[in-house]
Design a protein around this ligand. Structure first.
Ligand code: PLP
Ligand code: SF4
Length: 378
């Protein structure tokens, strides 16, 4: 057994553990355990500094999960976009491929609670169906292996799936979405990355939410991945009490860059059953973005997105930089709130476009300029 597998076996994972280690009462711990799995491995557990801290909130269950919030279990309507159970196909040219239901830690804010932890939801046949689906759909050029956490699979299983995908000529890039560098960096071994690098172009997106997660172990894991030529991105979730503070977020983004991880997305927390207590007003995210852009390296700045309820995909949000328009002049502000006027170029008269290019041109002339302030802007 490898070290990481042994560490997983030592996880806090039962209602009894909650009672004995964290002083929960028996009834509450059983109800919480029933609702959504608990799994906290010794490494992630060691990052907790005090009860209720940003690490604790992400992994230790909370009575608020039991609130009758009436929120959906599948807020992004992923199931409606699943042609086969292991695939979510929402965008034209790329799919999510759910390769395991297991995670190295069960995050209390997870959007996919209905699926993860339940091994009946994903099995070998589902995986083969996913590969067959991709093979039968030439428009899919980007496959995102997700879950659960695909690195919960053994290196052997992982390689079987990767080689299956690589055998499909129209698959241009493969992405792996994994929380391992953050929650169980011991999973990232020289043997693993040696295998992964055979399947380039390969990208990894990981999931750090707080600067305390940027440890020496995590850094070592990210460096191994980067040294294998695999670009690393980060998808963070904005959460009340965890990272809803511009200074915390700035520190996280800077630390990620020193670990060779490029911030990619910052998600507004999804409207998921049992996770409502993590949500923040959208203005908090916009304020964070406002305090990052210009104040630190552009490389440190993620895209702030809302995954549209009901399955519309990710929608980016930006603070308002366009203050207005005065004839040909666009009124802008910079990161210090200094005002600038930019003389725009008149749109040139339309030149007839050949039909082949039509799909790259606007269907009809916009009535509002693309840069007009968004009235509905927040
Ligand atoms: C997030 C997501 C993707 C990938 O989106 P990118 O913006 O390309 O990173 C693909 N499919 C689904 C269903 C997603 O939720
Ligand atoms: S690792 Fe991802 S899928 Fe697993 S519990 Fe956490 S958020 Fe959910």
């Amino acid at each position: 057994m490898e070290l990481w597998q042994d560490m997983l076996r030592q996880s806090v994972d039962s209602s009894r553990d909650l009672v004995e280690r964290f002083g929960f009462n028996k009834d509450l711990s059983e109800r919480l355990n029933h609702l959504f799995h608990i799994r906290i491995n010794p490494y992630y557990l060691s990052l907790i500094r005090y009860p209720g801290d940003p690490i604790w909130l992400q992994c230790i269950p909370d009575a608020k999960e039991l609130d009758e919030d009436g929120l959906p279990e599948d807020p992004l309507a992923e199931d409606a976009h699943s042609p086969v159970p292991s695939i979510v196909h929402r965008y034209p040219d790329r799919v999510l491929f759910l390769t395991t239901s297991q995670c190295s830690m069960y995050c209390r804010f997870c959007t996919r609670k209905r699926k993860v932890g339940d091994s009946s939801k994903i099995n070998m046949k589902y995986i083969q169906d996913g590969i067959d689906y991709v093979a039968a759909h030439p428009e899919v050029r980007d496959v995102i292996m997700s879950g659960g956490d695909p690195l919960m699979l053994t290196d052997f299983m992982l390689e079987k799936i990767l080689s299956g995908l690589r055998a499909i000529p129209h698959v241009e890039i493969i992405r792996l979405g994994t929380k391992m560098p953050c929650v169980l960096p011991q999973r990232i071994t020289p043997k693993l990355v040696k295998m992964l690098r055979k399947y380039h172009p390969l990208y990894i997106n990981t999931h750090f939410n707080h600067p305390w997660e940027c440890t020496m172990e995590a850094k070592r894991a990210c460096e191994l991945i980067a040294d294998a030529g695999i670009p690393l991105g980060n998808q963070a979730v904005l959460m009340k009490g965890v990272n809803d503070d511009p200074d915390v977020m700035l520190e996280l983004m800077r630390k990620l860059l020193t670990m060779r991880v490029r911030p990619y997305y910052l998600y507004q927390a999804d409207i998921t059953k049992g996770a409502n207590h993590f949500r923040t007003p959208v203005s908090v995210g916009l304020d964070i973005m406002d305090k990052l852009r210009g104040h630190t390296s552009g490389l440190a700045i993620p895209h702030f997105v809302i995954d549209a309820p009901g399955g519309g995909g990710k929608i980016p949000l930006l603070p308002q930089y366009v203050l207005g328009r005065n004839g040909n002049q666009i009124i802008l502000r910079n990161y210090k709130y200094d005002i600038y006027t930019y003389p725009d170029v008149e749109e040139s008269p339309k030149i007839p476009t050949p039909t082949v290019e039509r799909r790259f041109t606007r269907k009809k002339k916009r009535t509002t300029p693309a840069y007009a302030p968004d009235e509905a802007g927040v």
